[in-house]
Design a protein around this ligand. Structure first.
Ligand code: ADP
Ligand code: ZN
Length: 603
């Protein structure tokens, strides 16, 4: 056994080029090597792949990796081949000859790892094939896809329970980055992993900075400044709710000379594939997308994820923002959030055809999402608490930690706002209510006689933006409901009574002015003074990637190039010590990158 764990460490160093194991990796690996089952929860970027890749190399036979997404398989296989591991993927993209070739390699014992889609794995043909080979282990990636309550449910995953009956002696490992306690339970039940060792790691992604900004009229300009000033030359994702908004935003950004591309289900298959490909293969593409984009995007150097609309739940939000910074380098998640989002999502819920139980769950999820937006305390603490992870100290790397919001006693103003809803008959939207509070005179107000009511013109302590902000917070806190017809009319909810009666005081966050200076960006990805060398290293990498038709990060990650900049190796021996440079890559690219570095000596 000692020898085996020694072997694992040796593979980590020589093949993958890393110094030491990360949390849990070593334990998972040794469990599998010894033939045990494992359930692994690790945040995105935590290093799940090595947990099965190394045992695949230590144990005899081929490891079968079940993965839901073809694009992801291809990149994993490309990355493994770069380090000299015999990997292949069997999927619908292959023609008959290619598939035949892979089957021959499989039967000939020439593969260390084979990636397959779940629907193929369970076909009788493939099961028969497996009877004739020696199997090192089964790895079930994205195991939360087996959960029927989750957002990524895949019916094919359900059948994977049969693996255990068919191959009782082959160890299995299920891996996921998104599983709260109920989902975890479901994974165990459905995959028959009752005896598996569980490795539950914190969900925290400390390198991601979380920020929420008011979705004011100049959100676009804010977005542009964010991309151009904070993340020039970097890759990012901008999520919008509708296809139209995706198209508009992508076009507008492109006009402002951002390398932005749209992605949504309304585009042709070819356009979608082409845009995704450019995002993966070029260094500085910003993809503007509906939520349809991202699942299975393994790109490690996504530096920011922006939401221009409120996500439906914290689960969705956490998963989408989790696509930033997989490489562990500083990254940012920025959410724009406004009154209109709440009204839209609330009315969606009201008019949806789902059954009551489902609606209630969805409504609760939205509440939690809104609560998150209105937080005055650490966002990371709240996020982790939601996923059952406790964090004792505020994180110091979210907007509320970096720039603590001021609060004010909003009780009296809230009473005015609520009673204005009451006096006008509980059917008007925010703009109208604000006009009444501010004593505006217009046709509608006069027609309804609302210039005669007691709340007319009593609101000069706040301006229109502040009143809107107050209404948003009242809705977010559930003191007001949105009408079920979807016109945006507001109604009092039962929860508002204590405030109206003065039994309950309300502390709310002060609206921050949109022009307020943004917090300083996280540590830059590279030192500005060495920008030229950085560009030179990256363009060399792009050339190599083009030649081999793989994404640049398959050659070297940004983190590896940054270490080269920091340590400036001058010999192959020094180069070998850089994290991410294993034997095979040293042979293939060592000299090439030494040359680039030599051109900048003394910089
Ligand atoms: P996950 O699948 O959990 O999102 P990956 O397996 O893709 O994460 O790993 C994330 C990144 O971390 C990859 O670039 C991987 O090469 C790197 N990595 C994994 N384990 C280690 C380690 N022990 N030391 C250094 N880097 C590692
Ligand atoms: Zn914080």
């Amino acid at each position: 056994m000692k020898q085996e764990s020694g072997q694992a460490l040796q593979l980590l160093r020589e093949t993958f080029g890393y110094d030491s194991f990360r949390t849990s990796q070593e334990e998972v690996i040794s469990t599998l090597i010894q033939g045990g089952d494992a359930l692994v929860l690790m945040p995105t970027g935590g290093g799940k792949s090595l947990c099965y890749q190394i045992p695949a190399l230590v144990r005899s036979g081929v490891a079968i990796v079940v993965s839901p997404l073809i694009a992801l398989m291809q990149d994993q296989v490309a990355a493994l081949r770069q380090v000299g591991v015999r990997a292949a993927a069997l999927n619908s993209m292959l023609d008959a000859d290619q598939a035949q070739q892979i089957k021959r390699e499989l039967l000939g014992g020439e593969l260390d790892l084979l990636y397959v889609a779940p629907e193929r794995l369970m076909t009788p043909g493939f099961q028969n094939l497996l009877m004739d080979v020696s199997i090192a282990l089964f790895a079930i990636d994205e195991a939360h896809c087996v959960s029927q309550w989750g957002h990524d449910f895949r019916p094919e995953y359900i059948q994977l329970s049969a693996l255990h009956q068919q191959f009782p002696d082959v160890p299995r490992v299920a891996l996921t980055a998104t599983a709260d306690a109920p989902t975890r339970k479901e994974i165990i039940e459905r995959l028959g992993l009752e005896k598996a060792q569980q490795f539950i790691n914190s969900f925290d992604r400390p390198n991601i900075r979380y920020r929420v900004a008011a979705n004011s009229s100049n959100a676009r300009q804010q977005l542009l400044r964010f991309i151009k000033l904070d993340y020039p030359g970097e890759a990012g994702i901008v999520y919008c709710l509708s296809r139209r908004r995706v198209d508009e935003t992508a076009r507008w950004l492109a006009e402002q000379e951002v390398n932005a591309l749209p992605y949504h289900a309304g585009l042709s298959k070819e356009d979608r594939a082409a845009n995704q490909e450019r995002f993966l293969r070029e260094d500085a593409v910003v993809i503007v997308a509906t939520i349809a984009f991202g699942m299975g995007i393994d790109k490690p150097d996504v530096r920011f994820v922006v939401h221009l609309n409120l996500p439906k739940s914290l689960e969705a939000y956490y998963q989408e923002t989790g696509r930033a910074g997989r490489d562990g380098l500083p990254a940012e998640a920025l959410l724009f959030y406004g009154l209109q989002d709440i009204v839209t999502l609330r009315s969606f819920l009201n008019i949806s055809n789902a059954d009551e139980a489902h609606k209630r769950i969805e409504a609760q999820k939205l509440e939690r999402m809104l609560g998150y937006c209105e937080l005055t305390s650490c966002r990371r603490q709240a996020l982790l608490a939601y996923f059952g992870d406790q964090m004792n100290e505020p994180c110091g790397n979210c907007d509320t930690c970096l720039n603590p919001p001021e609060t004010w006693n909003a009780t009296v103003s809230a009473q005015k706002a609520l009673s204005c809803v009451h006096r006008t008959g509980q059917r008007f939207g925010v703009s109208y209510l604000v006009d009444v509070l501010l004593g505006k005179s217009n046709d509608r107000i006069q027609r309804f006689g609302h210039d005669q009511i007691s709340t007319y013109g009593i609101g000069d302590e706040l301006n229109a933006t502040q009143w809107r902000g107050l209404y948003r917070q009242l809705i977010a806190r559930g003191l007001l409901d949105v009408d079920p017809e979807g016109h945006g009319g507001l109604r009092l909810s039962d929860a508002c009574r204590p405030v109206l009666k003065g039994e309950h005081t309300l502390e709310l966050r002060k609206e921050q002015k949109p022009e307020r200076k943004a917090t300083k960006k996280p540590k830059p990805a590279y030192n500005g003074a060495h920008a030229e060398l950085w560009d030179a290293l990256r363009s060399r990498r792009t050339e190599l990637a083009r030649e081999q038709e793989v994404p640049p990060y398959v050659i070297f990650h940004d983190a590896t190039l940054m270490e080269m900049m920091e340590y400036r190796p001058q010999t192959l021996q020094q180069m070998e010590r850089i994290s991410g440079v294993g034997q095979k890559k040293l042979d293939a690219y060592g000299e090439v990158f030494l040359q680039v570095l030599a051109g900048y000596e003394g910089d």
